[in-house]
Design a protein around this ligand. Structure first.
Ligand SMILES: Nc1nc2c(ncn2[C@@H]2O[C@H](COP(=O)(O)OP(=O)(O)OP(=O)(O)O)[C@@H](O)[C@H]2O)c(=O)[nH]1
Ligand SMILES: [Mg+2]
Length: 247
């Protein structure tokens, strides 16, 4: 646990009993180390939906014990997990965020508000690193280059392809995203832009993840993620991924 991730012992996810403002889709592959920190910080009305992507570390059990709804997506891949969550969600507004404690759920309302009040159709959290090691330089650079290419291609003024997001559920389903790997977040922006969505960003803190890094902590993982995104950018849509996507 890092200093910012110090946590008290909690047994239920926050928000229970409050009317649902938004459903929070949490793609999850072996994130037992960070799930408690994440789930106990859900603001009231923000209902977590953990998509277990074949975890072997008890993530699903941890999430269920903390009161979260858990859906299983055996097909590996970040996009596969996000899509399963979107398909299972019922709320009018959905949020996405990683389950590795690199993002603070208490910042979800700031991301969702422009969608809830009708000012924006898709809001992305622009990550601002707050801890040493939160965002390795190679990952930050790869992301910045992709964001620049996306700006040039679409005119959408985004600086980060951040994973904390909010939008309306049914219009997102109607975009028909096809990528099931790490191209999913980029394809979402491309298709939304093509559909004329108003897309904006707000700043969110980026913290050092809990658990072992699978992607940005390794050059190989980063190259794979950038390749997925590059393909999504070049094709407009990417091919559905292979079984070991993102590993
Ligand atoms: N890497 C990976 N993550 C997945 C997959 N399915 C779901 N996830 C979840 O998607 C979220 C983002 O994945 P991360 O591994 O944190 O990716 P990242 O933030 O780019 O890189 P690191 O935090 O350095 O590993 C996490 O909550 C994962 O548990 C998958 O197939 N591969
Ligand atoms: Mg992460």
């Amino acid at each position: 646990m890092t200093a910012d991730h110090t946590t008290a012992d909690h047994t239920t996810a926050a928000g229970a009993g409050t009317p649902m403002t938004a459903e929070v889709i949490l793609p999850c592959l072996n994130e037992a180390a960070g799930l408690a920190w994440v789930l106990e910080r859900m603001p009231g009305g923000y209902v977590p939906l953990v998509v277990d992507n074949g975890s072997t570390d008890g993530s699903a059990e941890v999430a269920a014990r903390l009161g979260a709804r858990v859906v299983a997506e055996p097909r590996r891949g970040f996009g596969a997990a996000c899509h399963a969550g979107l398909s299972a969600a019922t709320a009018d507004v959905v949020c996405f965020m990683d389950a590795d404690a690199s993002l603070d759920p208490r910042q979800l309302p700031a991301v969702a508000l422009p969608v809830l009040d009708g000012r924006s159709d898709l809001v992305l959290g622009r990550r601002v690193p707050r801890e040493r090691g939160a965002w390795p330089p190679h990952a930050r650079l790869g992301n910045a280059v992709l964001a620049r290419d996306l700006r040039r291609r679409t005119g959408v003024p985004l600086r980060d392809l951040g994973p904390m997001r909010a939008c309306r559920r049914e219009p997102l389903l109607a975009l028909g995203l096809a990528d099931r790997r790490f191209g999913y977040p980029l394809e979402m922006v491309l298709r939304a832009a093509a559909a004329g969505w108003r897309i904006s960003e707000v700043e969110v803190d980026y913290l050092r993840r809990e658990g072992r890094s699978k992607v940005t902590g390794t050059v190989r993982g980063t190259l794979r993620a950038v390749a997925d995104m590059r393909r999504a950018l070049n094709q407009g849509t990417a091919q559905p991924g292979s079984a070991d996507a993102g590993r």
